[in-house]
Design a protein around this ligand. Sequence first.
Ligand SMILES: [Zn+2]
Length: 356
Amino acid sequence: MSQTRQFISLDQAQAPFFVGLDLGGTNIKVGVVDDGGRPLSWLSIPTDPDKGPEDAAARMGQAVKQAVDQAGLEPSAVARVGLGSPGTMDIPAGMLIEPVNLKGWDYFPIRDRVSHHAGLPVAFINDAAAAAYGEYWIGAGREFHSLVLFTLGTGIGCGIIIGDLSIDGENSHGAECGHLIIDYAEDARLCGCGQPGHLEAYASATALSRRADEVLSTRLREKTSLRQRIDQEQQKPEEDRRGVPELVAAEAEAGDPLAMNLILETARYLGIGIVNLMHTIDPNGVLLGGAMTFGGNDSEVGRKFLDRIKQEVNRRAFGVLAERTTIDFATLGGDAGYIGAAGIARVEHRQKGGSP
Ligand SMILES: [Zn+2]
């Protein structure tokens, strides 16, 4: 669901320039942006995590050079590179700790190795925080002073930006809002992190699939087109199969009440998590991005999903916050990560007085 941004040409661009890297378990996105966050070039390379982190760091260095060349720039025009990476990590040390989606990359000094291969200084940040910064800089949050971004996918990522500051915490484990506790019962659902009752165990794509399975296996007499749709999908070769959340969205769009209810339940859980954050941070806005946004503002299901979140917020939040906090979908799609990583590089560049 990655939109292609409008590229600007070099004569429209404002120096200095920054390169953003968005490291994922499957692909690495690389983009060059100008001082206003406007992209000049973009490319994607496979992560190939099995080849190990040093190999990837070397290819990231090459990709940075290639993206700079594609933008028509000399390497000397680039002030700094930003690298957004999945955790766990030690941000001040520039180190991956135990990244879940990058097996065998533990305790790799990724910031300095990418910097070595790119020949440029590198700013290092959590991938969800990078996406949040992207939305804050030039996306749905560009009018805000402070925002929270949830990325809804296999898990739930989160970034909190206040002013130009990403809330990373003292141990690089801040803003882990996917692990807010929303159910304290002993038999609460287990999260991917191993702990019970976390938001991610209720409202991620994985959780939605699990809840769909449960409903379909326990309420056998309920009329729903979802059961047949999932069964049909199971007949297809694995690589062609669409994910259960996508099927739930399609059936909800077609008018299936059970599918719609699964989505509205997801919204209710998210609403509860959002209220907890509103009462902690009181941000200008809370944005929802990632793969599981049910078509966003462009689809009826997406709009109902958002309305249900707002309903839950109105019911549970302080009145002044319910009234004033914007809750909406993010707008940068798959570009938020590399643009935001470049933005964090820009912040670091400015803090250091423009020197590397
Ligand atoms: Zn958790």
